[in-house]
Design a protein around this ligand. Sequence first.
Ligand code: T4K
Length: 382
Amino acid sequence: MVISASPVPFAEPVFVTRPIVPPMEEFVRELESVWRSGWFANGGAQHRTLEDALRNTLGARHLSLFNNGTIALTVACRALRLSGEVITTPFTFPATPHVLSWNNITPVFADIDPVTMTIDPTRIGELVTERTTGILGVHVYGMACDVDGIQKIAEEYGLRVLYDGAHSFGTEVDGRPVAQFGDATMFSFHATKLFHSAEGGALAVSDPLLKNRIDLLKNFGIKNENEVVMPGINGKMNEIQAALGLVVLRHVDAEREARGRLAKVYDERLGSLEGVSVFSLPGHVRSSMQYYVIRVDEKVAPVGRDRLYEKLREFNVFSRRYFHPLCSSLNCYRSHPSASPQNLPVANRIAGEVLALPFFGALGVEGANRVSDMIHHIFQNP
Ligand code: T4K
């Protein structure tokens, strides 16, 4: 399609995402019950209701709410007694390796699969040493890791499996929710996530004893008024967050459907552009619809990813290059032997190709078409 005239820039900045903003009255109604109770933290009624609701929605056997996803992941490492080295992906948000560092664990980076962009199980075995205690996989954008491949390697070497599912609210593999794989899965409920509570997170586990340990660890290790049984931290979600979560949860299905309509527009409009590939998930994975990401191959496309990112800003479109810079290239990790670019050729290449486009229901089909027009225009006028 030839876009002759230059598209009109958006009047207001269009970001990569916009949180679900429920009607204020719905939130006020929830807040009224918090006010009446005089109970603001430490597992009140809102917390209990949201924990139950999310356990069902996410298909988890057990679920524990947290004040954010990063603390949830930090607690998961403790609860699973991870130590020494943990094999993970460099293609993630910095929180993932940082959590290992905060637990005095060395992140060891394995390369990613060129199609799914998640950790490549065939690259894990060669990185296992006598210090390795676990694998930390990340379900990126809405896609799931190769959960069977990872489980097989974990069993072969006796490793624990932890998943960073910050992006995977509602992701399923062969009809099974991601919460059911591995020893524990973290979810993030940050404002930028499909489901959110402004800030927040959760850990899903299948083992009731592990759930018990997690709940102690997130509350200072306090068992009762007389016993503090382990050095815990404060990872508790408060009642205001939980109240917002309960309201937002009612709007998640509609938001997911709206994003599905945008994905269709982008797939149709951008899939045929030279040098662009749209991220189509394999048939056995249901996406969480967290991000819509294209890949730009600068050897083929008339503009590279970074130029496209810059040019879109001229149209008031603020796309994001998740996950650039690659975690293995950060000063705090680059000196580790596993972080060398020669060991991570796929991740290094893909970190230079990916671009997350505006992807939120309020953008509307018309908005997605306008963004697509802009991209076509930039390709024709590089
Ligand atoms: N693991 C993975 C794989 C993750 O992606 C994340 C978080 C974590 C772990 C840690 O989970 P949490 O501890 O956060 O629960 C954002 C989020 O802050 C971060 O939570 C998220 N991943 C990451 C992928 O995205 P930034 O630095 O891109 O945020 P920021 O402020 O630039 O926001 C992005 C865009 O969203 C803005 O351009 C505008 C829009 N926005 C943002 C906020 C906060 C809104 O429209 N409203 C808002 O309230 O990290």
